[in-house]
Design a protein around this ligand. Structure first.
Ligand code: FEO
Ligand code: CA
Ligand code: CA
Length: 655
């Protein structure tokens, strides 16, 4: 790789993860690398390839006596962390690939052929980079339901033969043409598939009447307070009420009334024309949202992604989209009442008073945590009555106080500083520029808020803060206590009086992540946590029917932590609080997403996103990938896939 070239997705991530300390002092990263190298030499594990997924940790440990005892509530034998090109799951479990990029979703889909991919085939096949996964039972079943899956973004260097790598100077791929762009747009969005379990095997039902692909080209409705706002109007949509497509849908949620909330995250990357942005009357807001980042070639063929041609189009992205997966003809709706930012997820709970609460992270360094409270109550009897529940309510942003308390600040037009004097002329304006409104309210700048989930058993809320290498010694605070926070932390929020709509909350740090054996890292895992049980970069999470917390990570590599991304089970209560155990590990280059359980806790779906992505400075491409997971065919590229984990012989996971 020449000095001015870097793989596309690596460059995309560099946008948000540039180290800030340029001094000659040894960094935490240097110390970690020294330690990992020493351990690799001692154990001979780094670089190990294709250790069978079925090998037990005891076998791999080779009789090592330091294996920790199992923690009380998670009953499984801990997996050994490794870096190789396959996935692994704790002994006694099956982890089967359910569906991969290019597999059939719609009946007309052709067999996947990575050498002859076309827009038409991609439009009917499973999209790329599966992130959020939601299971929607059919007739209350945990063995038969709909799986809704987000397709966040595309890795061109792994999808297309001979496309090369992205030029850092020019930003975009020089060899991407219109056909590639069409495939990219159709590989984005989401999929709805119908799945069924017989014994311990799950299968996708072909020719299901529910099957659906949603893409960057699917017509959608804009609803809520920002619909019809002047900033939402374009040549294509003079009323500001419809939009074509959704992009960069990262995490999400399902709702108690059976819909799918899918969240647009790094939408800034798709827009073009920095010159037009500088001259725009909205230049301040565009800059605040990082628009345009020019990471894709779409603006070359679709003028709406060029700010000079369609200045308002970017305002129509960065929303939470609600989709009814039971009706393939339904129009997805962008719910503007939930605000516009780089949404990670939409973890939700029905409050004690019946109103619906959605917790949301804005995933970028120093961004905020939001909460949405509906005006009306959830109708638990007639799901159809909730169809526009999310159009009316109040959006809040969090301020964390040093004494462990916190306050939710409402983003309401004409209240406090959110007035015309500050440039807001309506509630729609406040929501379109939610980041600017939250700035004025004095919200707390967090270390990249990712998934946030409420625990229905305990009422507590867990916030994944994935990392923040841009925080320095002068900008730490009690809720974000580490400078150069490479490994992230998890905050536990307790709503005031047990009321998720309360204006106040209390907070605590469940764990500061990273290697507990390096004092400078400042990790705070329970000492019972094993060598394999700690992790860095929490991203997504799941809470099972017993109220136990499971963490999915994004960013663990050989150099950073000496392990791949995966799933860790972490205790939140009692003496074992903060004890973590490895359950599943990804193939090299992949990020772990989508953890979700069936209601009976017998199946755990996880999403392996971008297997074989370039990392640790090594370039991985279609022709020479770092793994060919999951097919391991000699001429096939790696393929993102959803994996179904079940217990051998049946039964609940980790019970
Ligand atoms: Fe798409 Fe915040 O991860
Ligand atoms: Ca994420
Ligand atoms: Ca991520």
């Amino acid at each position: 790789m020449s000095a001015n070239e870097t793989p596309h997705t690596l460059a995309f991530e560099e946008l948000e993860d540039t180290p800030s300390n340029n001094s000659a002092n040894p960094t935490i990263g240097d110390l970690i690398e020294q330690r990992l190298t020493r351990r690799a030499i001692m154990s001979g594990l780094l670089g190990t390839t294709a250790i069978a997924a079925t090998l037990s940790p005891a076998v791999l440990l080779g009789g090592c006596s330091s294996q920790p005892s199992t923690t009380p509530s998670f009953n499984f034998e801990e997996l050994l962390s490794v870096i190789d090109d396959n996935h692994h799951v704790a002994e006694g479990y099956n982890a089967d690939v359910l569906i991969r990029w290019g597999d059939k979703v719609l009946p007309q889909a052709p067999e996947f052929d990575p050498y002859a991919q076309t827009p038409k085939s991609q439009a009917a096949q499973f999209g790329y980079n599966n992130d959020f996964v939601g299971f929607i039972p059919l007739n209350g079943s945990s063995s038969h339901g709909l799986l809704v899956v987000n397709h966040e973004y595309t890795n061109e260097e792994l999808m297309f033969e001979n496309i090369g790598i992205q030029s850092r100077g020019k930003k975009r791929f020089k060899d991407i043409d219109e056909k590639h762009v069409e495939i990219e747009m159709l590989a984005h969005g989401g999929s709805v598939i119908e799945i069924k379990r017989s014994k311990d095997k799950w299968a996708v039902l072909e020719n299901s009447s529910f099957a659906r692909r949603i893409t960057a080209k699917t017509p959608m409705k804009i609803s809520g307070p920002a619909a019809g706002n002047n900033k939402m109007k374009t040549r294509q949509d003079p009323h500001g009420t419809t939009v074509i497509g959704m992009i960069n849908n990262c995490a999400g949620a399902t709702t108690p009334w059976g819909t799918w909330l899918t969240c647009e995250e790094n939408f800034n990357g798709y827009f073009w024309n920095k010159n037009a942005a500088r001259k725009s009357p909205d230049a301040t807001a565009l800059k605040r949202y990082g628009i345009p980042a020019e990471r894709y070639n779409w603006g070359q063929y679709h003028h709406r992604f060029n700010l000079a041609k369609e200045p308002n189009e970017a305002n129509r992205f960065g929303w939470v989209v609600e989709i009814d997966p039971t009706d393939p003809t339904s129009t997805p709706k962008k719910r503007t009442a939930l605000g516009r930012f780089k949404h990670e997820g939409a973890g939700n709970i029905i409050n004690g008073d019946g109103r619906f609460i959605i917790y949301q992270g804005d995933d970028q360094h120093f961004e905020y945590i939001y909460r949405f409270v509906t005006d009306d109550k959830v109708d638990k009897t007639n799901p159809g009555n909730n169809k526009d529940l999310l159009d009316k309510g109040t959006l809040y942003v969090a301020r964390f106080n040093a004494d462990g308390s916190g306050i939710w600040l409402p983003l309401e037009f004409a209240h406090g500083p959110l007035t015309m004097a500050s440039g807001f002329h309506s509630q729609g304006d406040v929501l379109i520029h939610a980041r600017l409104a939250a700035d004025l309210l004095g919200a707390t700048k967090m270390d990249r808020p990712e998934d946030i989930k409420a625990n229905e058993k305990t009422g507590k809320v867990y916030v994944m803060l994935t990392n923040n290498t841009k925080r320095n010694e002068n900008s730490t605070d009690p809720a974000n206590p580490r400078a150069d926070n490479k490994f992230g932390h998890i905050i536990e929020i307790t709503p005031g009086g047990g009321d998720h709509a309360s204006p106040i909350f209390h907070w605590d740090i469940l764990v500061q992540c990273g290697d507990p054996e390096i004092a400078q890292v400042g990790a705070t895992f329970n000492p019972e946590t094993s060598e394999h049980g700690w992790f860095g970069m929490p991203d997504n999470c799941a809470i099972d029917a017993n109220g136990r917390l499971w963490i999915a990570t994004d960013g663990n590599t050989a150099k950073k932590t000496g392990r791949t991304d995966g799933i860790w089970a972490i205790e939140t209560k009692g003496k074992a609080r903060g004890t973590s155990k490895l359950f599943f590990s990804c193939p090299r280059g992949a990020e772990m997403c989508g953890p979700t359980f069936t209601p009976d806790m017998e199946t755990f779906f996880v999403a392996v996103q971008h297997p074989g992505q370039s990392e640790d400075g090594a370039v991985s491409t279609f022709g020479n990938p770092s793994t060919r997971w999951p097919d391991f065919k000699p001429d096939f590229p790696p393929r993102p896939a959803v994996v179904a984990i079940t217990k051998k012989g049946g039964g609940k996971i980790a019970i």
